[in-house]
Each structure stands twice: as C-alpha cells, then as structure tokens.
Design a protein around this ligand. Structure first.
Ligand code: HEC
Ligand code: HEC
Ligand code: HEC
Ligand code: HEC
Ligand code: HEC
Ligand code: HEC
Ligand code: HEC
Ligand code: HEC
Length: 345
C-alpha cells in the first residue's frame, strides 16, 4: 500500500518535503501551508485514497498532488455524479479535501484536472465502501484491500504538513478546533443531524486507542467500549440477537453520527432487511387477506405513537425473553398476549 502512495516520480518531491519536516515542526500552526516541492518533478496523481481501497466509513478524504502551474481547478465525480469541491490553492503541490461521501459498495472517484477551462488529465481511484448491512456491499471485489491509513508508512507523506503524532493528545473532552482529529475528520460529525455524545465533544481517543495496534484501533468486540458508558441490560436476557450477542454494536450503530435516530447506520425500516432479506418477500407472522403477510412497514405503529411500523415494533434488536426477542414479551405467556398489544383484546 505504501508504495502505491509514493510513486517513483514523486520521490524527489518527497525528499524535498523531508527536508522541510524540521521547518514544519517549528511552525506554530499544525499545518504549514507553504511547504514547497521541486517544480517539474511533481507528477499529477491521487495520493489518498489509493486505488482499490476498502473503507468502512461512508466518508473518505481526497488528497491530490498537483504539479506547479499545471492545474487551476479540480473537478470530482463520484460514480459519475459531480461533487462540488471548495476552492483550493493549487500552487501548493498537495491539495486536500475532507469527507467525500461514498455510495455503499463500489465507488469510482474520478478527478478531472483543469487548466484555463481545458481538461489536462483524468485520474481515477476505485474505492469500496464495505458494510455488513447489505449483501451487495458485504465483500469487496478481488484485488481490493482494506485501507489502513494510520500507520507510519502511509502517514509520512502527510507529515511535513500535518501533525499525526497523538501520544500526548487528551482522551477526554476537547474543543473541536484543538482536537488532533478535527482537520481531517470534521465531516464525520458535521455532515449528519444526530451526533453521538462522546464524538460530539471530540473525545475520539476515548474509543480509539493511541497505543492500539493498528494505530487508533478500537477495542473489539465493540460492546466492551459501549458498555463502559451504557448499561448492559441485554447479556443477562435469555435470548440474544446474533450481532448484538457477538458484541458488534457498530454494525448497526454508527459510533459517530447519523441522520437516523439512535445513530443507526441505515433507517429503522431498512436496517433488518439487509441481513434478513427473505422477510421482505415471504409472508411474515400471519398471511392476511392480501396474501402479503403481516405488514412490516409504511403504516403507523399503534404501540409506539408517532413512529412508523417496522420490524422493531415487534422485535427488540438486542435481546429478549422469547426466541424471537419479541418486544416486552415473555415466552411463558401465550403468544396472543403479544398480539394484543396492538390488536386490542
Ligand atoms: C504540502 C502540505 C500538505 C501535505 C503534504 C498534505 N496536506 Fe493536507 N492540508 C494542507 C493544508 C494547508 C490544509 C488546510 C486546507 C487548505 O488550505 O487546503 C490541509 C487540509 C487537509 C484536510 C482537510 C481538508 C478540508 O476539506 O478541510 C485533510 C482531510 C487533509 N489535509 C489530509 C491530508 C492527508 C491525508 C495527507 C497525506 C496523504 C495530506 N493532507 C498531505 C497541507 C498539506
Ligand atoms: C492528516 C489528516 C488526518 C488526521 C489529522 C487524522 N486522520 Fe484519521 N484518517 C485520515 C485518512 C486520510 C484516513 C483514511 C480514510 C479516509 O480517507 O477517511 C483516516 C482513517 C482513519 C481511521 C480508519 C483506520 C485507518 O487507519 O485507516 C480511523 C479509526 C481514524 N482515521 C481515526 C482518527 C482519529 C481518532 C484521529 C485523531 C486522533 C485522526 N484519525 C486524525 C486522515 C487523518
Ligand atoms: C463510542 C466510541 C467511538 C468514539 C467516541 C469515536 N469512534 Fe471512531 N470508531 C469507533 C468504532 C467502533 C469504529 C469502527 C472500527 C472498526 O470496526 O473497524 C470507528 C471507526 C472510525 C473511523 C473509520 C471508519 C472506517 O473506515 O472503519 C474513523 C475515521 C473514526 N472512527 C474517527 C473518529 C473520530 C475523528 C472521532 C472523534 C470525533 C471518533 N472516531 C470517535 C468508535 C468510536
Ligand atoms: C465515553 C462514553 C460513551 C461510550 C464509550 C459510548 N457511548 Fe453511547 N452515548 C454516550 C452519551 C453521553 C450519550 C448521550 C446521552 C444519552 O442519550 O444517554 C450516548 C448515546 C447513545 C445512544 C442514543 C441513546 C438514546 O437513548 O438516545 C446510542 C444508541 C449509543 N449511545 C450507542 C453507543 C454504542 C453502540 C457505543 C459503542 C460503539 C457507545 N454508545 C459508546 C456515551 C458513550
Ligand atoms: C441489529 C442491529 C443492532 C445491533 C447489533 C445493536 N443495536 Fe442498539 N439499537 C438498534 C435499534 C434498531 C435501536 C432503536 C430501538 C428503537 O427504536 O426502539 C437501538 C437502540 C439502542 C440504544 C438506545 C435505546 C435502548 O434500547 O436503550 C442503545 C443505547 C443501543 N442501541 C446500544 C447498543 C449496544 C451497546 C449494542 C451492542 C451491544 C447494540 N446497541 C447493538 C439496533 C442494534
Ligand atoms: C448484521 C446482520 C444482522 C442484522 C442487521 C440483523 N440481524 Fe437478526 N440475526 C442475525 C444473525 C447472524 C442471527 C442469528 C442466526 C440466525 O438464526 O439467523 C439473527 C437472528 C435473528 C432472529 C432470530 C431468528 C431465529 O430463527 O432464531 C430474529 C427474530 C432477528 N434476527 C430479527 C432481526 C431484526 C428485527 C433486525 C433489525 C432490528 C435484525 N434481525 C437485524 C443477523 C442480523
Ligand atoms: C406492534 C404492533 C403489532 C403487533 C404486536 C401485532 N400486530 Fe398485527 N398488525 C399490526 C398493524 C399496524 C397491522 C396493519 C393494520 C392496518 O393496516 O390497519 C396489523 C395487521 C394484522 C393482520 C391483518 C393483515 C392484513 O392482511 O391486513 C393480522 C391478521 C394480524 N395483524 C395478526 C397479528 C398477530 C397474529 C399478531 C401476534 C403474533 C400480531 N398481529 C401482532 C400491528 C401489530
Ligand atoms: C407484527 C409483529 C412483527 C413484525 C412487524 C415483524 N416480526 Fe418477525 N416475527 C414476529 C413473530 C411473532 C415471530 C415468531 C415466529 C412466527 O410466528 O412467524 C417472528 C419471527 C421472525 C424471525 C424468525 C423466523 C422467520 O420467519 O425467519 C425473523 C428472522 C424475523 N421475525 C425478522 C423480522 C424482520 C426482519 C422484520 C421486519 C422486516 C420483522 N420480523 C417484522 C413478529 C413480527
């Protein structure tokens, strides 16, 4: 992966940058915007993400190397959809963009380099946003590799201009602007309506270990860290639901932010069907007069006023005291007690 990042033509440029490390380290600001390369030796290219990367986040950073005077605008297309990029200083050799939104599964990032309104070159990086929540995104095509950015070999390209040593950073609440993660990961929070408590106060290091291997890794299973702050009311229940029982909380919950309530990665109406596709097509619970089975969505939930009727109306996503984790239902009672919660008497 590291050799992908440092292409041959760019080596003299990097050697130049290395000499600048001292200079950058002395700068008060964590980013030295004036780092210079050696004009003429820099080749246009996508530095990050490398081609054929696998990511598990809906956002990716884009870093492009631009030779001096060669470019005055970059245009970005994600799977052919134009994404507007903010203005950048193209005389700096490296231009960086935070939080490019990805589609679930395959993404083609096409960067078109422009000069004076004309196309100079077209660059591509293919990335795969992997998720266990949809069968078509659960495994990447052959030849794609999980991108691990935070490792010295990969980070060193950025180090002349960015602070990537976190040993002394605080693990607690941090003002956004002084968080060592803010500059490159702000959109992880700012792009979404609901932000999770510890992420909202930028205590990123309360879950990502400074001394972890790989760097900034989280404790596995996820539940170990979640239960540090949330009461574990589920482990003691008789029946645990697959991914919850395995402690894979972050499969369903985005630990940072989401537009869905409870930071669900996918809306409550679609969440379960990614892993239980068959429920959408077969009659469920009971076959009604429409022969379509019990409705599982697009109707109000009589039991939870104000909410749409979904799988969660009947099933607890975590655990329960019946084999199918039926909400507030104990298997020792007749099943009709459960039905009566919504169907009167
Ligand atoms: C030549 C110096 C330089 C290098 C090398 C560099 N950056 Fe940057 N980066 C900057 C500057 C300066 C900014 C501040 C925003 C701006 O003015 O473009 C920045 C901003 C960013 C941002 C935030 C962009 C935004 O939209 O707010 C990200 C993300 C980023 N850099 C990632 C990286 C990564 C990853 C690397 C290494 C692969 C890297 N940078 C290498 C100078 C550099
Ligand atoms: C110089 C920019 C930069 C800074 C600063 C930075 N990151 Fe990253 N981080 C990246 C890039 C680039 C990736 C690759 C995925 C992407 O593009 O979003 C990444 C990926 C990650 C990943 C996924 C695993 C990996 O290594 O690829 C984690 C976790 C992460 N960052 C956490 C953090 C945390 C926590 C902080 C603050 C302590 C932080 N990062 C600071 C640029 C940065
Ligand atoms: C509540 C715990 C928690 C907090 C707080 C937290 N994270 Fe994470 N983060 C996780 C978990 C869990 C993952 C998934 C890691 C995995 O399964 O590989 C993750 C993944 C990531 C990733 C990579 C996504 C990918 O490709 O896998 C980035 C980037 C990241 N976190 C950055 C941050 C930043 C920046 C902050 C602070 C604003 C932060 N995190 C706060 C738990 C947390
Ligand atoms: C450092 C403490 C901390 C950790 C670790 C943590 N959380 Fe949280 N979580 C909070 C706080 C604070 C809130 C917001 C206050 C509240 O609603 O309880 C919250 C809220 C939530 C909510 C919304 C609850 C509601 O009723 O609105 C969910 C869902 C959640 N967290 C899931 C998780 C998951 C999943 C993990 C593990 C990946 C996790 N949390 C790890 C502190 C934490
Ligand atoms: C199969 C998906 C899934 C998994 C796995 C999962 N959750 Fe949830 N979680 C949900 C859904 C869906 C809701 C919303 C329930 C609702 O709307 O009533 C929720 C709600 C929550 C809430 C807030 C409301 C409540 O019920 O207390 C917390 C806290 C929470 N989950 C934490 C966790 C933790 C910790 C784990 C891992 C041990 C976990 N979740 C695993 C789907 C999941
Ligand atoms: C990440 C994949 C995943 C997601 C998302 C998921 N499940 Fe599951 N579910 C499983 C696994 C794995 C099992 C245990 C293996 C099995 O019996 O199929 C399971 C088992 C179940 C069972 C018991 C099935 C049986 O025959 O014993 C029910 C009921 C269930 N899930 C409902 C739900 C509901 C409701 C949701 C949404 C809140 C959901 N699942 C989301 C993976 C998932
Ligand atoms: C969480 C609430 C809830 C629970 C619990 C529930 N239902 Fe329903 N049921 C509904 C809703 C909502 C409808 C759709 C009614 C409508 O659209 O007017 C429905 C419709 C039906 C229908 C009619 C289907 C059709 O063709 O229109 C039958 C039969 C039925 N339920 C049986 C049951 C049985 C048997 C149980 C217990 C195993 C049960 N329900 C549990 C909410 C619930
Ligand atoms: C009206 C309540 C209700 C709703 C809504 C509901 N279920 Fe169920 N589900 C049940 C009951 C009751 C059972 C017990 C077995 C049975 O009677 O079919 C069950 C069984 C299951 C099972 C195990 C048996 C099987 O058929 O495979 C799975 C998996 C499951 N449900 C998933 C889901 C998913 C996914 C959704 C949403 C798309 C959903 N359920 C919506 C009540 C419901």
């Amino acid at each position: 992966m590291d050799t992908d990042l440092v292409n041959k033509a760019a080596r003299p440029f990097l050697a130049g940058l290395k000499r600048l490390i001292l200079v950058a380290a002395l700068a008060v600001c964590p980013v030295a915007g004036h780092a210079a390369g050696e004009p003429g030796t820099v080749q246009l290219g996508i530095v990050s993400p490398p081609d054929r990367s696998v990511l598990e986040s809906p956002l990716v950073n884009l870093v492009v190397r631009v030779p001096s005077q060669a470019v005055d605008e970059l245009q970005l297309f994600v799977n052919r959809r134009r994404v507007s990029l903010p203005k950048r200083d193209y005389s700096r050799y490296t231009v960086c963009f935070d939080g490019i939104e990805l589609y679930s599964g395959a993404n083609d990032l096409k960067v078109v380099a422009m000069k004076g309104g004309k196309k100079v070159e077209e660059l591509h990086a293919r990335v795969f946003y992997r998720s266990d929540l949809t069968s078509d995104a659960s495994s990447a095509p052959d030849g794609f590799k999980r991108f691990q950015f935070h490792a010295y070999q990969t980070e060193k390209v950025c180090m002349p201009c960015h602070q990537l040593e976190f040993a002394t950073a605080s693990e607690g609440e941090t003002p956004a602007a002084s968080s060592p993660c803010y500059q490159c990961h702000k959109k992880l929070l700012s792009s979404y309506a609901n932000v999770h408590g510890p992420a909202a106060v930028w205590s990123c290091l309360s879950c990502h270990s400074k001394r972890g291997t790989p760097k900034l890794a989280t404790v596995k299973p996820d539940s170990k860290s979640c239960f540090g702050c949330h009461e574990d009311i589920w482990s003691s229940m008789k029946y645990g639901h697959g991914p919850t029982a395995a402690g894979s909380c972050a499969t369903c919950h985005d630990p940072h932010a989401s537009n869905n309530r409870y930071f669900l990665r996918v809306s409550a109406g679609d969440l379960c069907l990614g892993c239980h596709e068959e429920i959408a097509t077969k009659a469920h619970v009971i076959v009604g007069f429409s022969n379509a089975g019990h409705p599982v969505r697009r109707t109000p939930d009589p039991y939870h006023p104000g909410r749409e009727f979904t799988c969660i109306s009947c099933h607890n996503p975590h655990a329960g005291s019946s084999p199918y984790f039926l909400q507030n239902y104990d298997e020792s009672a007749p099943i009709s007690d459960f039905c009566k919660k919504c169907h009167g008497m």
